[in-house]
Design a protein. Structure first.
Length: 347
């Protein structure tokens, strides 16, 4: 890798010649500005405001603009004459725990490479000392014409340096936090913890830039003269959460399904989320509701003595009685005729 700065690390009386190498690279796809009508490239030209002529790079200098708009020329010789002990030195000023560095201060990262064979021994000494102490080094260094703050730490077998913003460059978060007072219940925290546990950890090496890949596919398709590939529209986000508990429960459920866990585990989550807070609210509501007057006892309904079996047999008995009565009616006239015949014979 190509070095961008040569100098030395200094702590105490120890000096380590090193080279500074960029530890990161930008993979973002950049675009050019063109004229829509004919596709011509749009370029920026550096033009002097006084004579309206384009100025070449060697003829461009530096100046400081004061409050009145006056330009005060500053030359490289002026800057070179300033006392800057860190111009070619990364000067370590302290060793502190990594937790004492605010992540908001983190800036560009660099690798520090030992410059030459004599630098290998002190370089290794500093690396192993940082490892054993489990601390990081805070240092000052100068790069691109200004003094900066840095943090040295061990990455594998290499010393890496993170540029840090100066403390006064970190803005106070005034007016950023919600102004409305909000109370978070233990039940909601329990669900949030369950969601965090379900999502678990992730291998950062497995993450990639989906948008950049889609842009590359689109550019490749257009370069070949074909239509751009179609993609499903992204889901709209930022909606208002109406039921936080339901949203948390659904999130836990979705995370479990994404991890391929059995659906039977969802019941366990549901049991956890049927929280005591809700039950306490229901009990309190029941206690606060006015007590209902006891209803008057209803008069006992008359007991039915006829059983189902008897009810089924009743139609058959009725039919039998009707048949017997009919036969009896048919026999009565015959009996009357017999009696009348007997009376006439006797006479």
């Amino acid at each position: 890798m190509r070095s961008i700065w040569n100098g030395a690390i200094s702590f105490g009386l120890v000096s380590i010649p090193i080279k500074l190498v960029n530890a990161t690279e930008n993979h973002s796809i950049s675009f050019r500005q063109i004229h829509k009508a004919d596709g011509g490239r749009i370029r920026y030209r550096k033009v002097c405001e006084l004579d309206q002529e384009e100025v070449a790079t060697p003829d461009i200098g530096k100046a400081y603009e004061d409050a009145t708009g006056t330009m005060i020329p500053i030359t490289d010789a002026d800057l070179a004459g300033l006392p800057l002990p860190t111009a070619k030195t990364i000067e370590i000023v302290a060793f502190v725990p990594a937790s004492s560095i605010d992540p908001l201060q983190m800036d560009t990262a660099y690798y520090l490479s030992a410059s030459g064979v004599p630098a290998a021994k002190p370089y290794t000494l500093l690396r192993e000392a940082l490892k054993r102490s489990q601390k990081v080094a805070v240092a000052k260094f100068a790069l691109r014409g200004r003094e900066r703050l840095g943090m040295l730490r061990v990455v594998g077998d290499v010393i890496a340096m993170h540029g840090l913003l100066w403390p006064d460059e970190i803005r106070a978060p005034e007016g950023v936090a919600p102004e409305t007072e909000v109370t978070v219940r233990d039940a909601e925290l329990d669900l949030a913890d369950a969601l965090m546990d379900t999502l678990g950890s992730v291998d950062l090496d497995s993450l990639h830039d989906d948008y950049r890949e889609a842009v590359e596919e689109m550019i490749a398709a257009k370069a070949e003269g074909g239509p751009p590939p179609e993609h499903e529209p992204a889901e709209a986000g930022g909606g208002r959460v109406l039921d936080l508990m339901a949203a948390l429960e659904n999130s836990v459920r979705a995370a479990k399904e994404a991890r391929g866990e059995e659906k039977g585990d969802e019941k366990q989550v549901a049991e956890v989320t049927d929280l005591p807070t809700r039950r306490r609210k229901a009990t309190a509501a029941a206690k606060s509701a006015p007590a209902k007057e006891p209803a008057e006892p209803a008069e006992p309904a008359p007991k039915k003595t006829t059983s189902k079996a008897a009810a089924k047999k009743t139609p058959a008995k009725t039919a039998t009685k009707k048949t017997a009565a009919k036969k009896a009616a048919q026999k009565k006239p015959a009996a009357k005729r017999t009696t009348a015949s007997t009376k006439r014979a006797s006479a």
